[in-house]
Write a protein that binds this ligand. Structure first.
Ligand code: FES
Ligand code: FES
Length: 200
């Protein structure tokens, strides 16, 4: 008997469960955009090089174009649709608006998802490639523009909005605490809405 090339999977996205059959070769990015209508996550290069498709997997940055949907089963997936709290924008989103952190906006969902994890990682004391003193006793390094540029370097912006993006990430880091940083959506809900079920 020929091996099966598809599976029925359940993805936990922004706190909701989505059931869908997928070909095993389907990327998480294509599952989000083409199958579930979650088009906030953008496709830029489709090769893992631009960061436009960045989502959070269990709170860590991941480029959805290099993830197979089947491998994301059981993980808490956060997309840009799950970042705001209803009508209340997340501080990172508000900072991008207030400081003009975008022009066309195409890279912005990925930039914002990356910024969420960057600020969280920095607050937890994780060093980057430009951190001078990586000894644990050195504590959390200052979130300088150089640190922000390095930590956000996986996200490209063809419009060149980088100066404002750095300012927006710095502003968001100032006004954000670790308690409110990550959207609650990273916790999957127990039920699945009929709308989402019909998307399968
Ligand atoms: S579309 Fe995934 S990194 Fe460019
Ligand atoms: S704002 Fe246009 S690609 Fe970044």
């Amino acid at each position: 008997m020929a091996p099966s090339t598809s599976s029925a999977i359940t993805l936990n996205i922004n706190g909701e469960k989505y059931m869908l059959p997928v070909d095993h070769r389907t990327t998480l990015l294509d599952a989000l955009r083409e199958r579930l209508d979650l088009t906030g996550t953008k496709k830029g290069c489709d090769q893992g090089q631009c960061g436009a498709c960045t989502v959070l997997l269990d709170g860590r940055r991941a480029v959805a174009c290099l993830q197979l949907a089947v491998a994301a089963e059981g993980r808490a997936i956060t997309t840009i649709e799950g970042v705001a709290d209803g009508d209340r924008l997340h501080p990172v989103q508000q900072a991008f608006i207030d400081l003009d952190g975008y022009q066309c906006g195409y890279c912005t969902p990925g930039q914002i998802c990356s910024a969420l994890a960057v600020i969280e990682e920095h607050a937890a004391g994780w060093p980057s490639a430009v951190t001078d003193d990586v000894r644990p006793e050195a504590g959390v390094p200052a979130l300088t523009a150089e640190e922000i540029r390095e930590r956000m370097s996986g996200n490209l912006c063809r419009c060149g909005a980088y100066v404002s993006i750095v300012k927006a990430v710095a502003r968001a880091a100032e006004v954000t605490t670790s308690e409110i940083l990550m959207p609650e959506a990273s916790m999957p809900a127990a039920t699945m809405s009929e709308d989402k079920e019909s998307a399968a």
